[in-house]
Design a protein around this ligand. Structure first.
Ligand SMILES: [Mg+2]
Length: 147
């Protein structure tokens, strides 16, 4: 049976915080850069994320899903996340995109997320690998774990 790995987007696959802070500096009047059209679509990749996700999806015994919580006040976010996935991972990954404000409802073996709570991560029943933590600071560490 395949083991399922769910991967978060913001600050795990896409560099949300860097662009958020840049935009805030460029335009301090706009307090919510994440509500501006194009914000989610144009986020750059976190180093190594795309290659790592493709790799994990290709090794036998595993399947990848993208599990991301939306920025609920920005309706465009839902569409832009979908576009981001196609642009960076290809159309085959679009059907792997799960947008949910409650990640605890999703049944999977692993969740790779930078937060361990707040969007249902605290109720996730599988193994949570905290991206950016001391133990899993980057994608190399995650790949090492699944070796
Ligand atoms: Mg995140």
């Amino acid at each position: 049976m395949l083991q399922t790995i769910c991967v978060d987007m913001d600050d795990v696959m896409c560099d949300y915080t860097k662009i958020f802070n840049n935009q805030l500096k460029l335009n301090p009047e706009q307090k919510f850069p994440q509500s501006v059209q194009g914000f989610f679509k144009n986020l750059p990749e976190i180093e190594g994320a795309i290659e790592a996700v493709k790799h994990l999806n290709s090794i036998s015994g595993f399947q990848i899903y993208i599990l991301t919580a939306p920025s609920e006040r920005n309706p465009l976010c839902y569409t832009e996340k979908r576009i981001w996935i196609e642009n960076h991972l290809g159309f085959d990954f679009v059907s792997k995109l799960i947008i949910s404000s409650n990640k605890g409802l999703i049944k999977a073996d692993y969740l790779i997320d930078d937060y361990i709570e707040g969007k249902g991560q605290e109720n996730f029943e599988g193994t949570l690998l905290q991206f950016g933590s001391h133990k899993y600071p980057n994608w190399n560490a995650i790949l090492e774990y699944f070796k």
